[in-house]
Design a protein around this ligand. Structure first.
Ligand code: MN
Ligand code: MN
Length: 325
């Protein structure tokens, strides 16, 4: 930890707001090829809405609203539900999360991925907390919404892994979705601690060695919603550019699933730089209600993580407890 790094609150808020920025910015060019983006915008760098969803300026999509749905369920369950899940395997929290995804879907979100929709409909029909392994479940939908689970379990390794996996499996049952959700969650946790760039790069190199499917050098120029392409794109541009703005512009101009790669890049790069360093011209264009919801959730989820303080830790636990917020 360095004195000059932003504190946990600023980094966590930076991650969530950075995620929303990437979602709103990337949505303009979602499903476009890099050449099409170049023809239409030169370099796409302004939050102007539009895109295939015909969005108003500064509106986020399913990436952010589904994350908020997860955060809502965690906050509504509070200390008791989280402790019950972590200490006793109590399933009430997972049903609240499933119910929250159902409410989200019934609220007619501006977009919803096929695997998310299928999983939510299965939960609604059968009440089951996961489906069978499905080779078609390798999309990025479970990964994309996991940040609130990371915040709520900060400082507790096993709680982080259990909650991340369980919320992911509600809709996606695929080993690459599982490993991407846990892997990017672990990287986010490191960044929230104030890990410097060189150390995060070392962590990424080791993680990619252990999870070779996500190896991103040489970069393959594919940014689809297949979780492997998504993770490779995000890690490639996160590693290439130390600044938030440069990394974000490079990521969304890769096109394809640009709102989701932009959101995940924004999460990591926003945690790295902190909310105070996010580009104002993007932040100011986000819809105020989104900024408000993210701010309230970040505060609540970090506070919720204190519920786990006195529960037994994983033996390999090496994280210091974070400061109260
Ligand atoms: Mn989206
Ligand atoms: Mn997307």
């Amino acid at each position: 930890m360095h004195d000059s790094t932003p504190d946990l609150w600023d980094r966590a808020l930076g991650a969530y707001l950075g995620f929303a920025i990437g979602d709103a910015l990337g949505a303009t060019v979602e499903f476009m090829r890099p050449r099409e983006i170049a023809q239409a915008y030169g370099v796409h760098r302004d939050m102007i809405g539009g895109g295939w969803l015909k969005l108003p300026v500064g509106q986020v999509t399913d990436d952010t609203t589904m994350s908020l749905a997860l955060g809502d369920a965690l906050l509504a369950g509070g200390t008791a539900a989280l402790q019950g899940f972590v200490a006793n395997g109590d399933k009430a929290l997972l049903h609240s999360i499933g119910d929250s995804y159902v409410r989200w879907l019934k609220g007619k979100p501006v977009d919803c991925g096929n695997t998310c929709r299928r999983g939510i409909q299965r939960y609604l029909r059968e009440g089951t907390l996961e489906g069978l392994y499905n080779p078609g479940d390798g999309g990025n939908g479970a990964l994309m919404r996991n940040m609130p689970a990371v915040f709520a379990t900060l400082g507790h390794d096993t709680a982080f892994e259990k909650l991340s996996m369980a919320q992911a499996r509600l809709t996606h049952h695929h080993p690459f979705s599982d490993s991407a959700t846990v892997g990017l969650g672990q990287l986010l946790r490191l960044l929230l601690q104030g890990t410097v760039h060189a150390a995060s790069q070392q962590w990424i190199a080791q993680w990619v060695d252990a999870n070779a499917v996500f190896r991103f050098t040489p970069y393959k120029d594919r940014a689809t919603a297949y979780v492997v392409d998504t993770v490779q794109t995000v890690l490639h541009y996160f590693s290439l550019h130390e600044g938030f703005e440069a990394a974000m512009i490079a990521t969304v101009n890769q096109g394809d699933d640009a709102d989701t790669t932009g959101a995940l890049l924004g999460m990591l790069a926003g945690a790295r730089c902190g909310a105070a360093q996010l580009p104002r011209r993007w932040l100011e264009r986000l819809q105020p209600a989104t900024v408000q919801a993210i701010t309230v959730q970040t505060r609540g989820l970090l506070a919720l993580s204190h519920a786990l303080k006195n529960l037994p830790q994983h033996p390999h636990e090496g994280e210091p407890h974070h400061a109260p917020v």
